[in-house]
Write a protein that binds this ligand. Structure first.
Ligand SMILES: [Zn+2]
Length: 215
């Protein structure tokens, strides 16, 4: 297990994430603070898998209104029209803005769905204390973190569009409820990612996790 690399909990130690102090592991239960910097110490983020799962469920539920409700309404002399994310992508593609259509597709459909799926996989395997493809799972977590920096890209695209269309004569773009739901999906996914403790990919060895009672 752990390919011969012991983790801190195997050795019965905990390190302070803030000041780096090394301490003997905390007694089970109760709050424990670093004696040097007073940072609350945890061998692992508390309730990491449960909190990740809860934020993922929130993101998945909000993903429905984000896609079903219009994200914006365009007003022009020809009348007003509401657009959903998918409708907007199809329209952008049809009107020749294929690059923009691709950016919106990647930012608002591909990335959120893949991010939720990746975090769900990480949470499920961590919950099962799986030893399956640990290095690849760590890589997947790093990928989710990297992509996360671009999470609000889609919201920026719509904001940009709002600004661009305002230059048009007698035309305007209003953000709609779907955009709010989409922003909430992004925030919930970011919180899911922040709640996940990647150290759970490497569960403590069984002997350390359950101390032997017989000698
Ligand atoms: Zn400390």
């Amino acid at each position: 297990m752990n390919e011969g690399y012991p983790v801190a909990t195997d050795l019965g130690i905990t390190t302070c994430e803030i000041c780096g102090l090394v301490l003997a592991s905390a007694p089970a239960g109760g709050r424990w603070r670093c004696p040097r910097c007073r940072h609350e110490l945890h061998a692992r983020k508390p309730h990491s898998v449960q909190r990740t799962a809860a934020w993922l469920a929130t993101a998945a539920v909000l993903y429905l209104p984000a896609n079903l409700l219009p994200v914006m309404t365009t007003n022009s002399v020809l009348g007003s029209e509401s657009h959903t994310i998918v409708g907007g992508i199809i329209e952008l593609w049809a009107t020749g803005s294929r690059e923009l259509a691709l950016i919106v597709f990647i930012a608002s459909i591909a990335v959120p769905v893949l991010k939720i799926a990746a975090l769900a996989l990480l949470a499920i395997t961590a919950h099962r204390r799986s030893l399956w493809r640990q290095r690849e799972r760590a890589g997947l977590y790093r990928l989710v973190e990297t992509v996360g920096h671009w999470s609000m890209l889609d919201v920026f695209v719509v904001v940009l569009l709002v600004g661009m269309v305002h230059f048009g004569v007698l035309a305007s773009v209003e953000p709609e409820a779907g955009l709010l739901a989409f922003g909430a999906v992004v925030v919930a996914t970011m919180l899911a990612s922040a709640s996940f403790d990647p150290r759970l990919i490497w569960p403590p060895t069984r002997s350390a996790a359950k101390p032997a009672t017989h000698g």
